[in-house]
Write a protein that binds this ligand. Structure first.
Ligand SMILES: [Ca+2]
Ligand SMILES: [Ca+2]
Length: 328
Protein backbone atom coordinates (compact mmCIF):
# COMPACT_ATOMS: atom_id res chain seq x y z
CA UNK A 1 0.00 0.00 0.00
CA UNK A 2 1.43 3.39 -0.89
CA UNK A 3 1.73 6.20 1.61
CA UNK A 4 -1.12 8.24 0.22
CA UNK A 5 -3.80 5.57 0.32
CA UNK A 6 -2.57 4.45 3.73
CA UNK A 7 -2.98 7.98 5.07
CA UNK A 8 -6.36 8.43 3.45
CA UNK A 9 -7.52 5.20 5.03
CA UNK A 10 -6.23 6.23 8.45
CA UNK A 11 -7.84 9.63 8.23
CA UNK A 12 -11.17 8.12 7.19
CA UNK A 13 -10.88 5.57 9.98
CA UNK A 14 -10.33 8.28 12.53
CA UNK A 15 -13.50 10.14 11.52
CA UNK A 16 -15.72 7.13 11.85
CA UNK A 17 -13.91 6.05 14.98
CA UNK A 18 -13.89 9.21 17.10
CA UNK A 19 -17.49 10.11 16.33
CA UNK A 20 -19.29 9.53 13.07
CA UNK A 21 -20.20 12.78 11.36
CA UNK A 22 -20.01 15.02 14.42
CA UNK A 23 -16.22 14.90 14.65
CA UNK A 24 -15.86 15.61 10.97
CA UNK A 25 -18.25 18.51 11.30
CA UNK A 26 -16.37 19.79 14.31
CA UNK A 27 -13.11 19.66 12.45
CA UNK A 28 -14.56 21.69 9.61
CA UNK A 29 -16.04 24.17 12.08
CA UNK A 30 -12.74 24.64 13.87
CA UNK A 31 -10.96 25.22 10.59
CA UNK A 32 -13.61 27.74 9.59
CA UNK A 33 -12.99 29.77 12.74
CA UNK A 34 -9.31 29.94 11.93
CA UNK A 35 -8.00 28.16 15.01
CA UNK A 36 -4.44 27.17 14.13
CA UNK A 37 -4.63 23.40 14.01
CA UNK A 38 -2.02 21.45 12.13
CA UNK A 39 -2.72 17.94 10.98
CA UNK A 40 0.64 16.22 10.98
CA UNK A 41 0.86 12.84 9.35
CA UNK A 42 3.68 10.42 8.93
CA UNK A 43 3.99 6.80 8.03
CA UNK A 44 6.51 4.33 9.31
CA UNK A 45 6.92 0.69 8.51
CA UNK A 46 8.97 -0.57 11.45
CA UNK A 47 6.50 -3.33 12.27
CA UNK A 48 6.66 -5.13 8.94
CA UNK A 49 4.73 -5.27 5.71
CA UNK A 50 1.25 -4.44 6.97
CA UNK A 51 0.17 -0.84 6.59
CA UNK A 52 1.03 1.29 9.54
CA UNK A 53 0.44 4.93 10.11
CA UNK A 54 0.28 7.64 12.66
CA UNK A 55 -1.83 10.74 12.72
CA UNK A 56 -1.17 13.39 15.35
CA UNK A 57 -3.57 16.27 15.84
CA UNK A 58 -1.60 19.21 17.09
CA UNK A 59 -2.93 22.53 18.34
CA UNK A 60 -1.02 25.80 18.65
CA UNK A 61 2.22 24.08 17.81
CA UNK A 62 2.18 22.04 21.03
CA UNK A 63 3.22 18.46 20.52
CA UNK A 64 1.23 15.95 22.53
CA UNK A 65 2.42 12.90 20.64
CA UNK A 66 3.83 9.95 22.58
CA UNK A 67 7.53 9.18 22.51
CA UNK A 68 7.44 5.71 21.02
CA UNK A 69 10.84 4.22 20.27
CA UNK A 70 9.64 0.87 18.90
CA UNK A 71 6.64 2.21 16.98
CA UNK A 72 4.02 -0.03 18.61
CA UNK A 73 1.85 2.93 19.59
CA UNK A 74 2.73 2.68 23.30
CA UNK A 75 4.74 5.53 24.79
CA UNK A 76 8.15 4.71 26.29
CA UNK A 77 6.99 5.99 29.70
CA UNK A 78 3.83 3.88 29.54
CA UNK A 79 5.93 0.84 28.75
CA UNK A 80 8.28 1.52 31.68
CA UNK A 81 5.25 1.45 34.00
CA UNK A 82 4.08 -1.85 32.52
CA UNK A 83 7.48 -3.60 32.56
CA UNK A 84 7.35 -4.07 28.78
CA UNK A 85 10.30 -3.24 26.53
CA UNK A 86 10.25 0.23 24.95
CA UNK A 87 12.56 -0.95 22.17
CA UNK A 88 10.77 -4.16 21.13
CA UNK A 89 7.25 -4.39 19.75
CA UNK A 90 6.87 -7.90 21.18
CA UNK A 91 8.35 -7.75 24.68
CA UNK A 92 7.86 -11.41 25.63
CA UNK A 93 8.63 -12.84 22.19
CA UNK A 94 5.38 -14.79 21.92
CA UNK A 95 4.58 -13.46 18.44
CA UNK A 96 1.95 -10.95 19.59
CA UNK A 97 2.95 -7.30 19.77
CA UNK A 98 2.49 -5.41 23.03
CA UNK A 99 -0.37 -3.24 21.78
CA UNK A 100 -2.41 -6.21 20.60
CA UNK A 101 -1.88 -7.94 23.94
CA UNK A 102 -3.08 -4.79 25.73
CA UNK A 103 -6.18 -4.64 23.51
CA UNK A 104 -6.95 -8.31 23.93
CA UNK A 105 -6.32 -8.70 27.63
CA UNK A 106 -3.23 -10.91 27.75
CA UNK A 107 0.05 -10.14 29.51
CA UNK A 108 2.52 -8.44 27.16
CA UNK A 109 5.47 -9.41 29.37
CA UNK A 110 4.50 -13.04 30.01
CA UNK A 111 5.30 -15.51 27.23
CA UNK A 112 2.71 -18.08 28.31
CA UNK A 113 -0.09 -15.49 28.27
CA UNK A 114 -1.52 -14.98 24.79
CA UNK A 115 -4.80 -13.67 23.39
CA UNK A 116 -7.70 -16.06 22.95
CA UNK A 117 -9.82 -16.41 19.81
CA UNK A 118 -10.40 -13.12 18.06
CA UNK A 119 -13.21 -10.85 19.03
CA UNK A 120 -13.28 -7.08 19.16
CA UNK A 121 -11.79 -5.73 22.34
CA UNK A 122 -10.22 -2.70 23.98
CA UNK A 123 -7.63 -2.13 26.71
CA UNK A 124 -6.47 1.07 28.38
CA UNK A 125 -3.47 2.32 30.35
CA UNK A 126 -2.50 5.75 31.65
CA UNK A 127 0.88 7.42 31.99
CA UNK A 128 2.53 10.80 32.44
CA UNK A 129 4.54 12.56 29.74
CA UNK A 130 5.98 16.05 30.34
CA UNK A 131 3.64 16.53 33.29
CA UNK A 132 0.53 15.70 31.26
CA UNK A 133 -1.79 12.79 31.93
CA UNK A 134 -2.24 10.54 28.93
CA UNK A 135 -4.62 7.64 28.37
CA UNK A 136 -3.81 5.07 25.70
CA UNK A 137 -6.58 2.89 24.30
CA UNK A 138 -5.54 -0.13 22.25
CA UNK A 139 -8.44 -1.40 20.16
CA UNK A 140 -8.66 -4.62 18.21
CA UNK A 141 -11.24 -4.85 15.42
CA UNK A 142 -11.47 -8.44 14.22
CA UNK A 143 -13.13 -7.60 10.90
CA UNK A 144 -10.53 -4.97 10.04
CA UNK A 145 -13.30 -2.51 9.23
CA UNK A 146 -13.86 0.73 11.11
CA UNK A 147 -17.23 1.32 9.45
CA UNK A 148 -19.46 0.52 12.40
CA UNK A 149 -16.90 0.86 15.20
CA UNK A 150 -16.91 3.62 17.74
CA UNK A 151 -15.04 4.21 20.98
CA UNK A 152 -16.71 6.28 23.68
CA UNK A 153 -14.31 7.44 26.36
CA UNK A 154 -15.03 8.97 29.73
CA UNK A 155 -13.72 9.71 33.17
CA UNK A 156 -15.14 8.95 36.59
CA UNK A 157 -14.34 11.73 39.03
CA UNK A 158 -16.02 13.50 41.94
CA UNK A 159 -18.54 10.66 42.09
CA UNK A 160 -19.72 11.14 38.51
CA UNK A 161 -19.22 9.31 35.26
CA UNK A 162 -18.61 11.84 32.51
CA UNK A 163 -18.53 10.81 28.87
CA UNK A 164 -16.04 13.05 27.12
CA UNK A 165 -17.20 14.69 23.88
CA UNK A 166 -14.55 14.41 21.14
CA UNK A 167 -14.18 18.21 21.28
CA UNK A 168 -12.41 17.87 24.64
CA UNK A 169 -9.61 15.66 23.37
CA UNK A 170 -9.57 15.59 19.58
CA UNK A 171 -6.90 18.30 19.32
CA UNK A 172 -4.67 16.39 21.72
CA UNK A 173 -4.83 12.92 20.27
CA UNK A 174 -2.52 10.64 18.36
CA UNK A 175 -3.67 7.62 16.39
CA UNK A 176 -1.36 4.79 15.44
CA UNK A 177 -2.26 1.67 13.52
CA UNK A 178 -0.14 -1.42 14.10
CA UNK A 179 -0.30 -4.79 12.36
CA UNK A 180 -2.30 -7.62 13.87
CA UNK A 181 -0.88 -11.12 14.24
CA UNK A 182 -3.60 -12.64 12.10
CA UNK A 183 -4.24 -11.03 8.72
CA UNK A 184 -7.45 -9.08 8.25
CA UNK A 185 -7.69 -7.54 11.71
CA UNK A 186 -7.10 -3.93 12.65
CA UNK A 187 -5.26 -2.57 15.67
CA UNK A 188 -5.76 1.10 16.41
CA UNK A 189 -3.92 2.74 19.30
CA UNK A 190 -5.47 6.06 20.39
CA UNK A 191 -3.51 8.28 22.75
CA UNK A 192 -5.25 11.20 24.45
CA UNK A 193 -4.13 13.94 26.80
CA UNK A 194 -6.73 14.12 29.55
CA UNK A 195 -7.54 16.78 32.14
CA UNK A 196 -5.81 15.78 35.37
CA UNK A 197 -7.36 18.41 37.60
CA UNK A 198 -9.82 15.83 38.93
CA UNK A 199 -7.03 13.45 39.87
CA UNK A 200 -5.05 16.20 41.59
CA UNK A 201 -8.02 17.69 43.47
CA UNK A 202 -10.15 14.65 44.26
CA UNK A 203 -7.20 12.32 44.75
CA UNK A 204 -8.67 9.67 42.48
CA UNK A 205 -10.03 9.31 38.98
CA UNK A 206 -10.84 6.53 36.55
CA UNK A 207 -10.56 6.53 32.78
CA UNK A 208 -12.79 4.19 30.82
CA UNK A 209 -13.74 3.41 27.27
CA UNK A 210 -16.53 1.41 25.66
CA UNK A 211 -16.10 -0.08 22.20
CA UNK A 212 -19.34 -0.26 20.24
CA UNK A 213 -19.70 -2.28 17.09
CA UNK A 214 -22.86 -1.48 15.18
CA UNK A 215 -24.12 0.39 18.24
CA UNK A 216 -23.70 -2.60 20.54
CA UNK A 217 -21.32 -2.30 23.52
CA UNK A 218 -18.87 -5.08 22.72
CA UNK A 219 -15.94 -4.50 25.04
CA UNK A 220 -14.89 -2.01 27.69
CA UNK A 221 -11.80 -1.18 29.68
CA UNK A 222 -10.92 1.05 32.61
CA UNK A 223 -7.92 2.16 34.58
CA UNK A 224 -8.27 3.50 38.11
CA UNK A 225 -5.88 6.19 39.31
CA UNK A 226 -5.11 7.50 42.80
CA UNK A 227 -2.73 10.03 44.27
CA UNK A 228 -0.43 8.77 47.01
CA UNK A 229 1.13 11.94 48.36
CA UNK A 230 2.41 13.76 45.27
CA UNK A 231 2.70 10.59 43.22
CA UNK A 232 0.09 9.53 40.67
CA UNK A 233 -0.46 5.78 40.94
CA UNK A 234 -2.61 3.24 39.22
CA UNK A 235 -4.60 0.58 41.05
CA UNK A 236 -3.93 -2.86 39.61
CA UNK A 237 -5.47 -6.23 40.44
CA UNK A 238 -2.82 -8.79 41.34
CA UNK A 239 -4.06 -10.87 38.39
CA UNK A 240 -3.11 -7.96 36.13
CA UNK A 241 0.53 -8.10 37.28
CA UNK A 242 0.99 -11.68 36.11
CA UNK A 243 -0.62 -15.10 36.60
CA UNK A 244 2.26 -15.96 38.95
CA UNK A 245 1.59 -12.87 41.08
CA UNK A 246 -2.08 -13.72 41.36
CA UNK A 247 -1.17 -17.19 42.58
CA UNK A 248 1.51 -16.14 45.04
CA UNK A 249 -0.12 -13.02 46.49
CA UNK A 250 -3.77 -13.99 46.17
CA UNK A 251 -6.57 -11.61 45.24
CA UNK A 252 -5.99 -7.97 46.03
CA UNK A 253 -5.16 -4.63 44.56
CA UNK A 254 -1.77 -2.99 44.48
CA UNK A 255 -0.95 0.55 43.57
CA UNK A 256 2.12 1.43 41.56
CA UNK A 257 3.45 4.73 40.23
CA UNK A 258 2.16 5.55 36.76
CA UNK A 259 4.63 5.21 33.94
CA UNK A 260 6.43 8.53 33.80
CA UNK A 261 5.82 9.26 37.50
CA UNK A 262 8.72 9.20 39.91
CA UNK A 263 8.44 7.31 43.16
CA UNK A 264 9.66 9.40 46.13
CA UNK A 265 13.04 8.32 47.49
CA UNK A 266 11.36 7.47 50.79
CA UNK A 267 9.44 4.62 49.13
CA UNK A 268 11.10 1.22 49.43
CA UNK A 269 12.04 -0.33 46.11
CA UNK A 270 11.54 -4.03 45.43
CA UNK A 271 8.22 -3.95 47.28
CA UNK A 272 4.56 -3.44 46.47
CA UNK A 273 1.62 -2.46 48.66
CA UNK A 274 -0.98 -5.24 48.55
CA UNK A 275 -4.44 -4.21 49.67
CA UNK A 276 -7.15 -6.74 50.43
CA UNK A 277 -10.54 -5.39 49.44
CA UNK A 278 -14.14 -5.98 50.32
CA UNK A 279 -16.95 -4.78 48.07
CA UNK A 280 -19.27 -2.52 50.06
CA UNK A 281 -21.55 -1.22 47.32
CA UNK A 282 -22.21 -0.76 43.63
CA UNK A 283 -23.78 2.11 41.72
CA UNK A 284 -24.11 1.54 38.00
CA UNK A 285 -20.68 0.48 36.76
CA UNK A 286 -18.95 1.82 39.88
CA UNK A 287 -17.95 -0.62 42.60
CA UNK A 288 -16.96 0.76 45.99
CA UNK A 289 -14.30 -1.31 47.72
CA UNK A 290 -13.13 -0.98 51.30
CA UNK A 291 -9.52 -1.76 52.12
CA UNK A 292 -9.62 -4.40 54.87
CA UNK A 293 -5.88 -5.07 55.14
CA UNK A 294 -2.74 -3.67 53.54
CA UNK A 295 0.97 -4.27 53.80
CA UNK A 296 4.18 -3.94 51.85
CA UNK A 297 5.32 -7.22 50.31
CA UNK A 298 8.91 -7.56 49.19
CA UNK A 299 10.35 -9.44 46.23
CA UNK A 300 8.47 -7.54 43.54
CA UNK A 301 9.51 -5.00 40.97
CA UNK A 302 7.86 -1.93 42.44
CA UNK A 303 7.80 0.58 45.25
CA UNK A 304 5.97 0.72 48.56
CA UNK A 305 5.42 3.47 51.06
CA UNK A 306 4.81 1.77 54.40
CA UNK A 307 2.99 4.76 55.87
CA UNK A 308 0.44 5.34 53.13
CA UNK A 309 0.08 1.60 52.56
CA UNK A 310 -0.93 0.74 56.12
CA UNK A 311 -3.04 3.88 56.52
CA UNK A 312 -5.16 2.86 53.52
CA UNK A 313 -6.93 0.29 55.72
CA UNK A 314 -10.50 1.40 56.35
CA UNK A 315 -10.56 3.75 53.38
CA UNK A 316 -12.72 3.11 50.32
CA UNK A 317 -11.95 3.37 46.63
CA UNK A 318 -14.37 3.52 43.72
CA UNK A 319 -13.47 1.31 40.76
CA UNK A 320 -15.12 1.38 37.34
CA UNK A 321 -16.03 -2.19 36.39
CA UNK A 322 -15.59 -2.75 32.64
CA UNK A 323 -17.89 -5.79 32.70
CA UNK A 324 -20.72 -3.58 33.93
CA UNK A 325 -20.08 -1.11 31.09
CA UNK A 326 -20.96 -3.79 28.56
CA UNK A 327 -23.87 -5.05 30.61
CA UNK A 328 -22.08 -8.14 31.93
CA1 LIG B 1 6.42 1.65 22.32
CA1 LIG C 1 3.95 -10.54 23.11
Amino acid sequence: MNQLSSLAQLSASWRSFAAPRSAARLFVAVAAFGVPITLALSVTSSLGAAPQGRAAFVQDGENFAPVDSDGDGLDDALESGQATAFDRVDSDGDGWNDAEELARGSHAAVFSSQPGPGRCSVGVRAYLRDGKLHATFATYIASGSMDSARLDIGIYAFGRMITLPPATYMHRMTLTTVPTKQPGGLMLVSDFVLPQVALLHAGSMSVYGTLRIGGVATSAASTNLVMRGQTACELVQTSQISPAAAEQIGPGIIYRPLGGATAPITWSSGEICVQRMNSVGTRGAVVTQEVTAASCISGWDGFCDGGSCSSSVGTTVDLVDPMALVGG
